[in-house]
Ligand binder design. Structure first.
Ligand code: 5RP
Length: 224
């Protein structure tokens, strides 16, 4: 199966985690886009969604699904999102689509994170995928130096030749060369560097379940 077919497979399979009569947390990315397509088939059964990006909000609305602000909802039972990497504990690297900050906010508001991913995302140690970090622009160079001191090589993410601007008006660094062997400690450390908005390690907001698309079908991994 192609990667696109595997994404479609898990995007449809994850509907079993959507409870009728509820509001569902919706992530961002090409795998989530497949989920949004599938969710449209049960739009009459759910109240709506809380979205993690302007891109997903536009898709949800185009599919006829009501989108609620995070502040209008106290708690979500489930948040469904993709990942760039996921390890054996449900720890992830996220932010390839630059939506990591809002993704972490919605994940933190949800009782359960269900990750949908194709098999290529499963790793032993986080760090082969360039780690996204959302930063306040005036702190970018100092934060880059801090990553260099850790052995990483950071670059500023560009779009059309200019620094990419996130939904929150900030910039993204992508850091290669890191082996993240202690995701919880690493996330806590980087998050407290002044100017870091969000680091793309999702350890404190890890997945409890992952639906992994493989050539043999959907494998369900439980991390609870
Ligand atoms: C966006 C994300 C995505 O979940 C991650 O990049 C995976 O994307 P895709 O489903 O397109 O492979 O974190 O910020």
């Amino acid at each position: 199966m192609t990667q696109d077919e595997l994404k479609t497979l898990v995007g449809q399979a994850v509907l079993q985690y959507v409870t009728p009569g509820e509001i569902v947390g919706v992530g961002t990315g090409s795998t989530v886009n497949k989920f949004i397509e599938a969710l449209a088939t049960m739009k009459g059964q759910i109240i709506g969604a809380v979205s993690s990006s302007e891109a997903s909000t536009a898709r949800l609305k185009a599919a006829g699904i009501a989108v609620f602000d995070c502040n209008e909802v106290e708690e979500l039972s489930v948040y469904i999102d993709g990942a760039d990497e996921i390890d054996a504990h449900g720890y992830m690297i996220k932010g390839g689509g630059a939506a990591l900050t809002r993704e972490k906010i919605v994940a933190a508001q949800s009782r359960r994170f269900v990750c949908i991913a194709d098999a290529s995302k499963r790793v032993r140690t986080l760090g082969a995928f360039p780690l996204p970090v959302e930063v306040i622009p005036m702190a970018a160079h100092r934060i880059m130096r801090q990553f260099v001191a850790l052995g990483g090589t950071p670059t500023l993410r560009l779009q059309d030749g200019k620094p990419l601007v996130t939904d929150n008006g900030q910039h993204i660094l992508d850091v290669v060369g890191l082996q993240i062997t202690d995701p919880l400690g690493f996330e806590s450390m980087v998050n407290q560097w002044p100017g870091v908005v969000t680091v793309g390690v999702f350890a404190h907001q890890r997945a409890q379940v992952c639906l992994l698309g493989t050539d043999e079908g959907v494998k369900t991994l439980h991390f609870e």
